[in-house]
Design a protein around this ligand. Structure first.
Ligand SMILES: [Fe+2]
Length: 199
């Protein structure tokens, strides 16, 4: 798989990483996780254009605390976390078929839940990546799209998932690796950490 030549982006929504992930190993992880695959809407889980798979925060933490065997997660996931050191994280993949539109949202799960990730490191695994779009201004619910929204194509990037965002897959399928980052880390803290590592 080729590395997409990406624009350098560094703003309140996205920070592109100057770091080369091993996409073959990420794809290997994607296949290993097949048994965990579930379809959106998650509570129904019937075949649909959007599915996800992965290891939860709880599983990853148990491995790091030595309460679960190290091979409960893929070796490369372990290496990535050791390398970036981001506190509470989950590992997973989003797989979205062509012509799917996911509405504007933040990853916090809304005002009531507020337990989702504040940021994530995303890596596009297919050759024609799908751009991520952000609302122009930082909005509160209800969110709305506009023609002035930002659209970014990236290969690998830190994403501010507390800024309202969405995707539209058009003609391209999308498979994205995602290391989701939870409190107490947020986008800005994670960005500083990544910069201090030289990426
Ligand atoms: Fe999201």
């Amino acid at each position: 798989m080729k590395l997409l030549k990406q624009q350098q982006l560094d703003n309140d929504q996205i920070y592109t990483l100057d770091y080369e992930f091993d996409k073959n190993r990420l794809m290997d992880m994607f296949h290993e996780l097949e048994p965990t695959n579930i379809y959106w809407p998650w509570h129904i889980n019937e075949p649909s254009p959007w599915s996800k798979r992965g290891w939860s925060v709880r599983t990853v933490k148990a491995v790091f605390d030595g309460r679960a065997p190290r091979d409960s997660i893929h070796r490369y996931a372990y290496e990535i976390l050791q390398h970036f050191g981001m506190g509470m994280v989950s590992f997973g993949f989003f797989h979205t078929k062509e012509h799917f539109e996911y509405p504007v949202h933040t990853d916090q799960g809304g005002r009531l839940k507020d337990n989702g990730p504040l940021a994530s490191i995303n890596v596009n695994l297919l050759d024609n990546p799908v751009p991520i779009k952000f609302t122009k201004e930082l909005q509160d619910e209800p969110y709305s799209k506009s023609d002035d929204d930002h659209s970014y194509l990236y290969d690998s990037a830190l994403i501010n998932t507390s800024w309202p965002h969405y995707i539209t897959t058009d003609n391209n399928e999308r498979i994205v690796f995602r290391m989701a980052i939870f409190k107490p880390f947020d986008f800005y803290f994670a960005k500083d950490r990544i910069k201090s590592l030289g990426y």
